[in-house]
Design a protein around this ligand. Structure first.
Ligand code: ATP
Ligand code: FE
Length: 331
C-alpha cells in the first residue's frame, strides 16, 4: 500500500509517502516570511502553501521513487488549523485523488501529533498517556487505540507553545521563540521564580504566567534598562523551567489518576530539551516508561498524517468528497 499524505494546517507545507507502515519520503517547506511579522499571517500562509505544494509533491515522489499511478490513497489534514491553509491541502488532495481515481482519507491534526509515536520504534502499547503540547493546543490524552483517544485535560487559555512564543516576543526574540528560548535556556539557570497557576483537575492555564512574566520584565527593566540583554540566558531558563514544571505536574497527576505509567509527549513543544530532560528525570523517580518522538516528528510534518492514514486505510475508513476543511474540527 502506498499513501501520499499532505499537511497544510498552519505555516509549514508538508508531504510524505508511506509504504504500509514505513515512511519512504518525508518533505517539508517551512515558510520563512512570517518571521518578519512576529507571528503567522494567515493570508501569506495560504498563498505560500499554493506556491509550495506542487514542487513538494515532485520532491517526495522523487524521494520515494514511485509513480503517481502507484498511489493507493491520498490523506490530508482536514483540521483543526487555519482555514485558508487547510483549503489548499484539502483541495489539492481531493483533486489529485479524483484524477487518479483513488480514495481520500481525512486526518485530525491533533490526533496525528499523537500518532507520530507509531512511525518508529520504540512504540507505546495501548492504553497510554500522551501530553500533546503545540502552538495551538495543550492536552493530556488517554490513548486507548489508534482511533480512540480521550482528552483528560486541556488548556483554558493559552497553549504551551504560545506561552513560549509570547514570552519570547516580550523579550524581543524572533518568532517562533520556542526554539530560541530552548537554545538560550541551555546556557542559563532558572534563578527567577514565577507563581504556578492553581487550576483544578488536569486542565492547564498559562495566561497568569504570561502576565506575571510581563510585569517581571517591566519592573526589572525599570531598575536596569539592560536587564533583559544582560540576563537573557537565565530569564529563558526560568520561564522554560516554569512552563515545563506546570506541564509535568499535571502529567504526574494524570498518571496517579489513571494508573497508566507509559507517558508519551507530542507536538512542537515536545522538541524542547528542558521538557525532554525533566520528563526523563521524572520517569526515573516515578518508574514511568517515556516516549519522545524524533525532532522532525514533533513539529508539523506529514509523516504523522501518513501513519494515521495507514491505520485508517486498514479499517477501510475513507472520506467522502463532499467534506471540506474545518478550522475547528471536532475531536
Ligand atoms: P497545532 O498543532 O496546535 O495546530 P502548530 O501546528 O502551529 O499548532 P506545532 O508545529 O506542533 O504547532 O508546534 C509549534 C510550536 O512549538 C511553536 O509554538 C514553537 O515555538 C514550539 N516549539 C518548537 N520547538 C520548540 C522548542 N525547542 N522549545 C519550545 N517550544 C518549541
Ligand atoms: Fe501541529
Amino acid at each position: 500500500i502506498y499513501i501520499l499524505a499532505i499537511e497544510s494546517s498552519c505555516d509549514d507545507t508538508a508531504a510524505a509517502i508511506i509504504q504500509d507502515d514505513k515512511i519512504i519520503a518525508n518533505g517539508v517547506s517551512t515558510q520563512k516570511i512570517h518571521q518578519n511579522y512576529g507571528g503567522v499571517v494567515p493570508e501569506w500562509a495560504s498563498r505560500k502553501h499554493q506556491e509550495n505544494i506542487i514542487p513538494l509533491l515532485d520532491h517526495v515522489m522523487k524521494l520515494a521513487d514511485i509513480e503517481l499511478s502507484d498511489l493507493d490513497a491520498i490523506a490530508f489534514t482536514r483540521g483543526p488549523g487555519l482555514l485558508g491553509s487547510l483549503i489548499v491541502g484539502v483541495s489539492f488532495a481531493k483533486s489529485l485523488a479524483l484524477s487518479l481515481d483513488i480514495p481520500i482519507i481525512e486526518i485530525h491534526h491533533m490526533k496525528a501529533h499523537v500518532m507520530a509515536h507509531f512511525i518508529e520504534d520504540p512504540k507505546p502499547t495501548f492504553p497510554f498517556l500522551c501530553l500533546t503540547v503545540s502552538g495551538g493546543h495543550t492536552q493530556i490524552i488517554k490513548v486507548k487505540s489508534h482511533n480512540d483517544m480521550k482528552i483528560l485535560g486541556t488548556t483554558l487559555d493559552d497553549a504551551a507553545g504560545e506561552a513560549f512564543d509570547k514570552a519570547g516576543k516580550m523579550m524581543g526574540l524572533p518568532y517562533p521563540a520556542g526554539p530560541e528560548i530552548d537554545r538560550l535556556a541551555a546556557k542559563g539557570n532558572p534563578v527567577f521564580d514565577f507563581p504556578e497557576p492553581r487550576i483544578d483537575g488536569l486542565d492547564f492555564s498559562f495566561s497568569g504566567l504570561k502576565t506575571a512574566f510581563r510585569y517581571f520584565l517591566r519592573d526589572q527593566t525599570k531598575l536596569d534598562p539592560n536587564f533583559i540583554e544582560n540576563n537573557k540566558e537565565d530569564i529563558c531558563a526560568s520561564i522554560q523551567h516554569k512552563i515545563v514544571d506546570i506541564l509535568l505536574n499535571k502529567v504526574e497527576k494524570a498518571v496517579k489518576q489513571t494508573g497508566l505509567k507509559q507517558v508519551a509527549i507530542a507536538g512542537g513543544v515536545s522538541a524542547n530539551s528542558g521538557l525532554r530532560n525533566a520528563l526523563q528525570e521524572r520517569a526515573l523517580t516515578n518508574h514511568w516508561t517515556v516516549f519522545v518522538p524524533k525532532f522532525e516528528y514533533c513539529t508539523d510534518n506529514a509523516a504523522m498524517i501518513a501513519i494515521s492514514a495507514y491505520f485508517k486505510y486498514l479499517d477501510n475508513d475513507f472520506s467522502d468528497h463532499s467534506i471540506g476543511p474545518e478550522a475547528r474540527l471536532a475531536w
